[in-house]
Design a protein. Structure first.
Length: 671
């Protein structure tokens, strides 16, 4: 086996006894959880004995203390480039001392001596980190001035501001940041980071990196874990940070940093990164530094019973570059739980319910966002590509014709367990903060002026095709510029949540009034007379219609016309089968669920035709809206009359976009 590393959760498999001897030279692993590290070592030992008939033949497991290690694998501070043969004598001495201490540690068996040597190693790592930091800013005049005064003992830690005399506020901020970074390096625990290029320096000295990197990293979004991401941004992966990303993207970047040229990387993750807004840097890194060998999208097929909400993909890539190299891709249509046979058939490219493709590297990526398309939507000359191209011809993107906005970014809708763990007060789980039930609203005894900021509210589950239902809840719509003193009953109610709301603003790293919505948006978005409403996530294209004022959180998008466009004509197209087909192939998906955010909505191609040509579409929409206005209308079970009208619209849309019988069949078969 070649050198391999498993960042993230360590997974080991039974390995033939004849291969065990290579462990001490080839297998490496890092995990932040000490339990996972110890279990990995135990499983390696069990793989030695499981097939051994004679206990006397069992060999001891090699010392894995510097092979399977504990640490935060995403945070590295020591600059990899300077670990190469360096002309810096001080750094050379520090690294030599580290290597000697490491060898002494590995040859020592007495626990007290091992602990002392381990402490010495940790101190050397800290010294190298701090020395690196000093070298980075050694030429900075502010830092030189600060160091000179510190060495002259002109001020102590309590009066360090004496060193700031004559500096501008910007210079003071910069110097404070440098001091803070030094203090943080000194306060780090050994498991708060992992110095790959130092701890495993033999791999980089002898082979310039690992041959194989394997991982099933954690899936954590940035929204509720800003502190975790804030720490990563201080290490060597900081340049890969992007807003709205997932933590597992960093593991891909790390793998490409650690693997040698032509080395192999195999990950199992969620499939969101293919088109996620926050994954642009990851896709660009793939495009620039990697060859995609295989992408196996399990879609709605569950392969981990303990992670039911995930939509997994296996990615096999290599650190290399070749635009013409052919990637093998797969999308399965299976659902439920994957059996071993299912799994083997899919991986062997031999499953009747899975679609298989072969695409060059240049055909994998689309547009400025570098969306990764694993079917044939970008393959020149394919039926799918020709059909989608026909839809764009003589069309305009929706964003050219309409305004597209999300609902309010509500600071906190209701109290959750996380709030209760951190804060205490006169509140309980599920208490409304900005979103109130009818009972909660009644208890406030609001006055007439306060009624003006209490708004009708909908959730994404209230939106249906051509129709919406109002939620039983109401929204407190307060903007940053509003004077809270005008609303005494609302103020008194929100005061008990003040600490939570202030903490939320701090987490957002933004400044706004504690009582205001994070981003309330422009009020006219919600009060517009004619508006199309869209749930941000749905199994099909679902575009509702409403004329009265109604507010929502950001899980609903609002489409309103810019100029003289007929919003009902646009509504008829958006709810058609053909636009579903477009969104399925050119938009964003979570498994088989459409994700209808700004970007995929903005790119929907809308045929620009005359007002006279639009009339037949508008008349059919008016008939549907008349049906939906009935008192006993059930949006979950629309009448047959509505279905027939929608079918007529579908046929008219096919004709409008110039589809032939074969192309219509492609769309209908998909649906």
């Amino acid at each position: 086996m070649g050198s391999g590393i498993i960042p993230g959760k360590i997974e080991t498999q039974r390995i033939r006894k004849t291969e065990m001897l290579s462990y001490k030279k080839s297998l490496y692993g890092v995990d932040i959880d000490l339990g996972a590290v110890e279990i990995a070592k135990l499983r390696l030992w069990l793989s030695l004995i499981v097939d051994e008939e004679n206990i006397k033949d069992i060999k001891p497991l090699p010392n894995l203390d510097y092979k399977i290690m504990q640490g935060n694998s995403l945070i590295e501070y020591i600059t990899p480039e300077t670990l190469a043969k360096t002309a810096d004598p001080i750094r050379t001495i520090l690294i030599d001392q580290f290597n000697q201490a490491k060898q002494e540690y590995l040859s020592t068996y007495e626990s007290g001596q091992k602990k002392g040597k381990r402490d010495e190693i940790n101190k050397l790592i800290e010294d190298i980190m701090i020395y690196d930091k000093k070298r980075q800013i050694a030429k900075d005049k502010l830092w030189i001035k600060y160091q000179e005064k510190q060495q002259a003992n002109l001020f102590g830690e309590d009066n360090k501001q004496l060193a700031f005399g004559g500096l501008s506020e910007k210079e003071k901020e910069k110097l404070n940041q440098q001091i803070e970074e030094f203090n943080q390096l000194k306060s780090l625990s050994p498991i708060d980071h992992f110095e790959w290029h130092l701890n495993y320096n033999e791999v980089f000295d002898e082979k310039s990196g690992f041959d194989v990197v394997i991982a099933n990293p954690p899936y954590i979004g940035e929204k509720n874990s800003k502190d975790v991401f804030r720490q990563i941004k201080k290490g060597n992966l900081k340049n890969f940070y992007q807003s709205k990303m997932d933590i597992f993207y960093f593991f891909y970047h790390l793998a490409l940093n650690l693997v040698k040229n032509l080395g192999q990387i195999s990950f199992i993750t969620t499939n969101y990164f293919l088109t996620a807004t926050g994954a642009k840097k990851l896709r660009l890194d793939f495009k620039n530094r990697a060859l995609i060998y295989e992408l196996i999208n399990f879609n709605e097929l569950r392969i981990f019973q303990s992670a039911q909400g995930q939509h997994n993909i296996v990615s096999i890539i290599s650190k290399n570059s070749n635009k013409k190299f052919i990637a093998k891709t797969c999308v399965t249509k299976k659902t439920g739980y994957a059996s071993l046979i299912d799994f083997q058939n899919i991986l062997n490219w031999d499953d009747s319910q899975s679609d298989y493709y072969q695409l060059s590297q240049e055909n994998l990526y689309e547009g400025e966002e570098c969306f990764i398309r694993i079917n044939e939507t970008t393959k020149t000359g394919s039926k799918l590509q020709l059909l989608l191209s026909k839809m764009v011809k003589n069309s305009k993107p929706l964003v050219d014709l309409c305004e597209i906005n999300s609902g309010c970014d509500i600071t906190i809708s209701r109290i959750t367990d996380k709030h209760l763990q951190k804060f205490h007060g006169g509140f309980s789980k599920n208490d409304g903060v900005f979103v109130l039930s009818a009972k909660e609203l009644k208890s406030l005894k609001i006055n007439e002026s306060e009624k003006l900021i209490i708004k009708d509210f909908i959730k994404n589950s209230n939106v249906f095709k051509y129709y919406i239902t109002l939620s039983n809840e109401k929204l407190i719509y307060l903007k940053n510029k509003d004077d809270i003193e005008k609303y005494p009953n609302i103020k008194n109610y929100l005061l008990k949540f003040k600490k939570i709301l202030q903490d939320q603003a701090k987490r957002y790293e933004e400044k706004y009034s504690w009582y205001a919505l994070h981003r309330p948006r422009k009020e006219e978005i919600f009060t517009n007379k004619q508006k199309i409403l869209v749930p941000f996530r749905n199994k099909t294209n679902t575009f509702g219609y409403y004329e009265n004022p109604v507010f929502s959180s950001r899980d609903v998008f609002y489409i309103t016309k810019k100029n003289d466009e007929n919003i009902k004509f646009i509504l008829s197209l958006l709810n058609s089968k053909l636009i579903y087909f477009w969104l399925y192939h050119k938009g964003k998906r979570k498994g088989e669920t459409l994700e209808l955010y700004y970007r995929p909505l903005s790119e929907i191609p809308i045929k620009k035709i005359s007002e006279e040509e639009q009339k037949p579409f508008v008349e059919l929409v008016d008939q549907i809206l008349k049906i939906t206005s009935a008192e006993n209308y059930d949006p979950k079970n629309p009448p047959q009359e509505q279905k027939l009208l929608e079918s007529k619209i579908n046929q008219m849309v096919y004709k409008l976009y110039g589809l032939g019988d074969e192309e219509i069949k492609i769309v209908e078969d998909k649906i």
